[in-house]
Ligand binder design. Structure first.
Ligand code: HEM
Length: 409
């Protein structure tokens, strides 16, 4: 097999994005990983080894900010600068201030959530109790409603509003796609969705200003030092980001985890008899089939990496999914092995932008996978491979039909 190097832009990028490769991009990623740093096009590099990705994620010279954003009409944020996006797309120091304010209120609220998540997942599966033996779509019936239900609980959104949140989560997720993969129409629709989201959220925020409750929105509005507190615009953007960043990612983790377990019945059997294994199973799913496959940065200074110079202003695509199967870092990288020692995967990124919701995502997936394997009798895949959504960045099955002989009550 030839070693991939210096692909013409069109070839490598097209192959990475090609939906035909979506059900199993890993053989191609393994090829790419052999050359840790390579040019993707005139001003973009592709980085695919564990070591180089880890290094760049922690390098303060790598920026997440988009230089080309027009800030003419942007309102000013709590740092006195134009608001250009959520803290996922902001560099320190303002990133750190926004993240810290949000984390300070978010972390204590998720600590006691496990029983609520268990109730939520149990309730979703109970809806199918009349269908025995039967078939369910794990994506539509379990994985999709779960993160929206959890985020609504955190934000104090009443259950009757959940379908609205659900619809926004699906539509706003397009904001995380690389812009070059969106059509003109999708870009226009996204702008409309963003406006509708603001129009929907602002009355909810106004209501919490009048009547604060124990929820996250109220805490972000009222806690802490008013002189550094995020503005209402920043708050709206932060809430939208929590909804988007925590939605499709968690859906994919639950679906990818179910798929991996059904394809590895010995691991499934072990989890069924030993629910303590759930944490290790989820870490291995995150490595083996990560919900976020790729992220990006822009160099703000010249950076030497692996014998190459990444020039200031150039873009870097970090192929997390390739780094997660780098044979230089993981023994037998294509094996699904929950007991894998020192499983330092890249699924949640690294450095200052390390996933904000990692603890919550882990909890949701551990509960969901345990409930699925313990309550479904003789679960088996109806389609293998299942159909995938076209999105490359947030990769996951569109549908995951599982047949079973019964559901225990
Ligand atoms: C399996 C589920 C999840 C995966 C795989 C995942 C993955 C990631 C990754 C790779 C990043 C870093 C992006 C970068 O550095 O460019 C990130 C950041 C982030 N994630 Fe997650 N995420 C998940 C769930 C969640 C959840 C449940 C939430 C919130 C409720 C969340 C909120 C965020 C936020 C706000 C950031 C930006 C952090 C920052 O810039 O400081 N994520 N996530």
């Amino acid at each position: 097999m030839t070693v991939a190097t210096n692909y013409p832009a069109a070839t490598a990028y097209r192959r990475i994005l090609d939906p035909a490769n979506r059900h199993n991009p890993y053989p191609y990623f393994a090829e790419l990983c052999r050359v840790p740093v390579q040019r993707l096009d005139a001003d973009t590099w592709l980085v695919s080894s564990h070591e180089a990705i880890t290094r760049l994620l922690r390098d303060p010279r790598m920026s997440v900010q988009d230089r080309d954003i027009d800030t003419t009409d942007a309102p000013l944020g709590s740092d006195g600068e134009p608001v250009t996006g959520p803290f996922l797309f902001r560099d320190p120091p303002h990133h750190d201030s926004l993240r810290e304010q949000t984390m300070y209120r978010f972390a204590p609220r998720i600590m006691g959530l496990r029983p609520n998540i268990e109730m939520l997942v149990t309730g979703l599966l109970d809806k199918r109790l009349s269908d025995q033996p039967g078939q369910l779509d794990v994506v539509a019936e379990l994985a999709y409603p779960l993160p929206v239900g959890v985020i609504c609980e955190l934000l104090g959104v009443p259950p009757e509003e959940e379908p609205v949140f659900h619809s926004f989560a699906g539509r706003l997720t397009k904001a995380l796609d690389p812009e070059e993969t969106l059509t003109e129409q999708e870009i226009t629709e996204l702008a409309v969705t963003r406006r509708e989201w603001r129009e929907y959220l602002m009355p909810m925020i106004a209501q919490r200003i009048e009547h604060p409750g124990p929820d996250l929105i109220s805490a972000l509005l009222t806690d802490g030092d008013p002189s550094t507190r995020m503005t209402l615009v920043e708050l709206g953007i932060t809430l939208g980001m929590l909804l988007i960043a925590g939605h499709e990612t968690t859906v994919n983790l639950v679906a990818n985890g179910t798929l991996a377990l059904l394809r590895h019945p010995e691991a499934l059997a072990r989890l069924r008899t030993d629910p303590e294994l759930a944490a290790a199973v989820v870490e291995e799913v995150l490595r083996y089939d990560p919900p976020v496959q790729l992220t990006g940065r822009r160099a703000t200074a010249d950076i030497e990496l692996d014998g190459h110079t990444i020039r200031a202003g150039e873009h870097v695509s970090l192929l997390l999914a390739a780094g997660n199967r780098d044979p230089r870092r993981f023994a037998d990288p294509d094996a699904f092995w929950p007991e894998r020692p020192n499983n330092a995967h890249l699924a949640f990124g690294g450095g200052v932008h390390y996933c904000f919701g990692a603890a919550l995502a882990r909890m949701e997936a551990q509960v969901a996978l345990t409930v699925i394997v313990t309550r479904l009798d003789n679960p088996r895949l109806v389609d293998d491979p299942p159909p995938y959504r076209p999105n490359m960045l947030l990769r996951g099955p569109e549908q995951l039909r599982v047949a079973h002989d019964g559901i225990t009550g």
